[in-house]
Ligand binder design. Structure first.
Ligand code: S3P
Length: 212
């Protein structure tokens, strides 16, 4: 677990498009920095007793956006934590202002369009993506939103890399060096041979059954 410097106070706010890794990266980053982690979608779901999809279906998107703003205000005023925003949260300038006013730093996790389309191709959870022309919707929304992600961000992070790499980058930006993971010990000769034989045995087809 690392120790941040004094100047690194305030919420760490992760922003970016759906599928950019805000939740996975946020959880790992919080663990590495010894901070609390809040996923805004899960927080809203717990408070409302409904899934995000159900909130959209039963009350509409505008209601969900109002719940987001309420949540941003509460988080900005609370104890420092790593916050995974929803992909649409920072489209509202008042949400950006509230995070900044609370001393938070906004990190935009920038992932290329093609990678987002691939990561989101089987999604069943996000209401905005339950459409027949999903790839086109992702492209349109990203083009609309990217300028605002860039404008609201204090730091833009290239987040197309594997999670562990992005977490390491974010830690470094907070002045914390994560220890490099040591390589697993090499298997010795006889051990290696034993495993190879076992694998071969598993692959061998079963002998034909005799008819009785
Ligand atoms: C949304 C993104 C979702 C969730 C809701 C709306 C958006 O969060 O808040 O479905 O408008 O981009 P994730 O970015 O965590 O998927």
């Amino acid at each position: 677990m690392g120790t941040e410097t004094e100047s690194m106070r305030g919420n760490i706010v992760l922003s970016g498009f759906m599928g950019c890794g805000k939740s996975t990266i946020g959880r790992r980053l919080a663990a590495a920095l010894g901070m609390k982690f809040v996923d805004m979608d899960r927080y809203i779901e717990e408070k409302a007793g409904l899934k995000v999809r159900e909130i959209f279906e039963q009350y509409g998107e505008a209601h969900f956006r109002a719940l987001e703003t309420e949540t941003v205000r509460a988080l900005a005023a609370g104890e420092d934590c790593v916050v995974a925003t929803g992909g649409g949260t920072l489209m509202r300038p008042e949400n950006v202002e509230a995070f900044h006013a609370g001393g938070g730093t906004i990190y935009f996790l920038d992932v290329p369009l093609a990678a987002l389309q691939e990561r989101l191709k089987n999604d069943k959870r996000r209401p905005l993506l339950q459409v027949p022309d999903r790839r086109a919707v992702i492209e349109r929304l990203l083009n609309e939103r990217r300028p605002q992600y860039l404008k609201s961000a204090d730091v833009v992070v290239d987040a197309g890399a594997p999670t562990v790499v992005v977490v390491r980058r974010l830690c470094a930006l907070r002045g914390v060096e994560l220890p490099k993971r040591t390589a697993p010990p090499q298997q010795s000769g006889p051990e290696k041979e034993k495993r190879r034989r076992k694998r071969r045995r598993r692959k061998r087809p079963a002998p034909p059954q005799e008819n009785s």
